[in-house]
Design a protein around this ligand. Structure first.
Ligand code: TMP
Length: 237
């Protein structure tokens, strides 16, 4: 498969057309940003880790019946995926209060939520990705009611699958962000990535943060935390 024109460049990934219709190549970068691009840096090895962690988890989810855009990993930092039109929503699932939820609702980080919280943010960097609800999504035509209903049930099922799986390797899944897309044939699939950039992972024994909060909050050991997640998920071979 050959890379052709770059069709998108985001903060952490580039996406290319290929010589095969309907197939894109995602290329992961080491670049890191936070606070809507105000903080910038680089995390050595992040691209390779996020690519491999994402693919590992996407394949696990596929086995459990969640449709995804994943086709095949091409090398350490690049993966072939199905071409989709991204639904402009960040779908956030939370089991434990942290980050913006803790701030917004005045909860101490680490507070166990009485039930799972599902949030949607409108993907608009220029507006700072504002929180929206289902009536906003309907009013703006961001997704159909049917798509939103599938997105919600997939998001909760993904939370159950990933929480149980990560628990086995000593990682508590605090919260995470998903993005969905629609293929050329109209199928709704999980897209984007599932990695320490897009999830909060806390060590179950020590509570140590093993995710991008180490970069956002200048906690140190950033590279080590990403490597630790990869080793726990993919082994140390
Ligand atoms: P938040 O607490 O900052 O709203 O983040 C919730 C989850 O979403 C957390 O796991 C990190 C992830 N996230 C992203 O993937 N991209 C983003 O731009 C932001 C702000 C959060």
């Amino acid at each position: 498969m050959q890379k052709r024109k770059m069709v998108y460049e985001g903060k952490a990934k580039r996406v290319y057309e290929t010589d095969q219709d309907g197939i894109y190549i995602v290329s992961y970068k080491d670049d890191a940003t936070a606070f809507n691009g105000q903080k910038r840096g680089s995390i050595l090895g992040k691209g390779a880790i996020n690519n491999q962690v994402t693919n590992h988890l996407m394949q696990l989810l596929e086995k459990e019946g969640i449709p995804t855009h994943f086709i095949e990993q091409l090398n350490d930092t690049e993966t072939a995926v199905r071409r989709v039109r991204i639904i402009p929503l960040e779908v956030i699932v939370r089991s434990i209060a942290a980050g913006s939820l803790a701030t917004r609702l005045g909860l101490e980080e680490g507070t166990v939520l009485k039930s799972t919280v599902l949030e949607f943010c409108f993907k608009r960097d220029d507006l700072g990705d504002p929180l929206v609800n289902s009536s906003h999504i309907r009013a703006l035509g961001l997704a159909t009611d049917e798509q939103l209903s599938f997105i919600s049930s997939y998001a909760l099922k993904i939370n159950s699958i990933l929480s149980a799986y990560l628990q086995e390797v000593g990682i508590a899944l605090i919260d995470f962000k998903l993005e969905f897309g629609v293929t050329d044939s109209g199928q709704l699939v999980l897209a984007d990535e599932i990695s320490p950039d897009t999830c909060r992972f806390w060590d179950t024994k020590t509570g140590k943060k093993l995710d991008k909060d180490r970069f956002r909050r200048d906690l140190g050991d950033v590279e080590e935390a990403y490597q630790e997640v990869m080793h726990r998920l993919l082994g140390r071979a």
